[in-house]
Design a protein around this ligand. Sequence first.
Ligand code: FAD
Length: 598
Amino acid sequence: MTYQAPVDDILHSLKTAAGFDDLVERGLLDGVDEDTIRAVLAEAGKFGAEVLDPLSAPGDRAGSKLVDGKVVTPPGWKEAYQQFAAGGWGALAAPEEWGGQNLPQIIATAAGEVWNASNLAFGLCPLLTFGAIDALEAQGSDALKARYLPKMVSGEWTGTMNLTEPHAGSDLGVLKTRAVKQADGSYLLFGTKIFITYGDHEMTDNIVHLVLARLPDAPPGTRGISLFLVPKYLVNEDGSLGARNDVICAGVEHKLGIHASPTCVMKYGEKDGAVGYLVGEENRGLNVMFIMMNAARLAVGTQGVAVAERATQLAFAYAKERRQGRAVSSKGEGMAPIIEHADIRRSLLTMKALTQAARAICLVTAKETDVARRAKNPAERAAAQARVALLTPVAKAFSTDIGCEVASIGVQVHGGMGFIEETGAAQIYRDARILPIYEGTNGIQAIDLVTRKLPLEGGKVLEGYISELGATVAEVRASNRPEFGRMGERLGEAVVALAEASRWLGSALRTNPDAALAGASPYLRLFGLAAGGVYLAKGALAAAREGAANGQGEAAGQAIAIARFFAETLLTAAPGLKETVVAGAEATLALTPQALSA
Ligand SMILES: Cc1cc2nc3c(=O)[nH]c(=O)nc-3n(C[C@H](O)[C@H](O)[C@H](O)COP(=O)(O)OP(=O)(O)OC[C@H]3O[C@@H](n4cnc5c(N)ncnc54)[C@H](O)[C@@H]3O)c2cc1C
């Protein structure tokens, strides 16, 4: 089965959850309309289906390898990357000044879903380059921008992100890589970074590493970290490539999934020191890196949507073909396709509903990014930026958890064949498992949500968001549509649960922070479920209003059925999650670490 870009579903989500028409009316999208998005997504889908998808399974089998000091990517990878760059796909949302197309983030996010669904291990390479472009654009000196950005935007060079060290993962404050200032203003870097995605490869002439390091006199902890640009090949004044820099890949990891994506051990300064250039100010590197990480966190959330969509498509195809037993409603002779069994229907609907909810959250976050960048009014830009800050950990963690869950259900729908590599369900499951880990683990995202995002503007950012969710709930309730079943009631309970858990956390943060942290992950799940349920309900309201009028009865019926299913079967978890947050901390913390490990 070849993955098909779900263009209609993405557009439905953009229009109903992310308020696309409103953005167009307010002139925030520079003339981009529905037809443009449809055309871009159709092309991205074609590229995904014809070029990236056929490489996914062979790339998984071949993997990337270190051969004679060079990283060799699987056959076809380099050509696919060059086609990707030549097609202008690396430049979608990048600024025009550097050769980009300056398209809205919603388009880049939607197209990112399509490439990553087609081939997750491939999609990671441009994902990191986009993040590096964002960081350099925001904080690089004019000279650095002029020298590096055009080649990165055109896709001629790729970018990487070098944070992790053997003893410094979630806690970057203890990183040891050293940077020493030179007389000419450049720096020499010495140290080892691990797990660096696409840290080396031969797909492009050069690689631009963004590296976190510490100056000799830097204060301890995260306040003493600086960010450096370290090219694989030094770049001459005229833009031509110079000498090889003192940075090498010393190893490529063997791992559970995304085998084709090289995960590299990088050694900086094994000889005289790797030449690097400061990005932003000394000791303010983590702030710059956060620009890159926030963009990358939304992109990784979108990878979660991508694997979920791919798993869903595969499971539907299998469930329509595979015959076993007879369903209660079976007609005719012989065995029924398993899609007729109630339990498989529940599984498939769960896959669809979770995927669409996660997609809506990511697209809403992308839309807020666009408003934060493009709105004319500074207050509106600031409000949208606060919304991006609030939603980014939810987009990353909820969507990647969903990616894993949906991939797991996908294996189950295949029965034994799901465990056998040839169907592809197993690869999706293996590949998906990294998503809740990298770009800040989902546990760290939940802590970020509770400790930094809930208190934003004294809690006002969250309050405003919850009251918007509540307004949609009121609309669903007032609609009185029999086909909505108990959607309004369940949504109402979920939003109340979110509000109550938020209030409790707000006070626990002051009085008992450990208890607040114990509830952070269930709280993030509750947040994602309530938000996702409301976004699907917005889709159902729009479908009910417009579906019949436009002769789209079937699509409208499906949007309503999925929103109702989500509310009546998945949102029932919301009140329980609230209880876990507000009343589960004592039990969670009852055993001391020593007693727990006894
Ligand atoms: C395939 C792959 C690709 C990667 N790509 C890159 C890359 O390109 N660049 C890069 O810099 N890094 C990359 N990483 C590294 C990745 O970002 C880290 O693995 C991740 O941030 C977690 O760090 P760690 O592995 O050291 O785990 P640890 O930090 O040791 O965490 C272990 C567990 O403890 C939890 N934990 C840690 N601290 C806390 C806390 N304070 N409170 C509660 N729980 C906590 C974590 O949530 C996790 O569950 C990659 C990793 C992999 C496996």
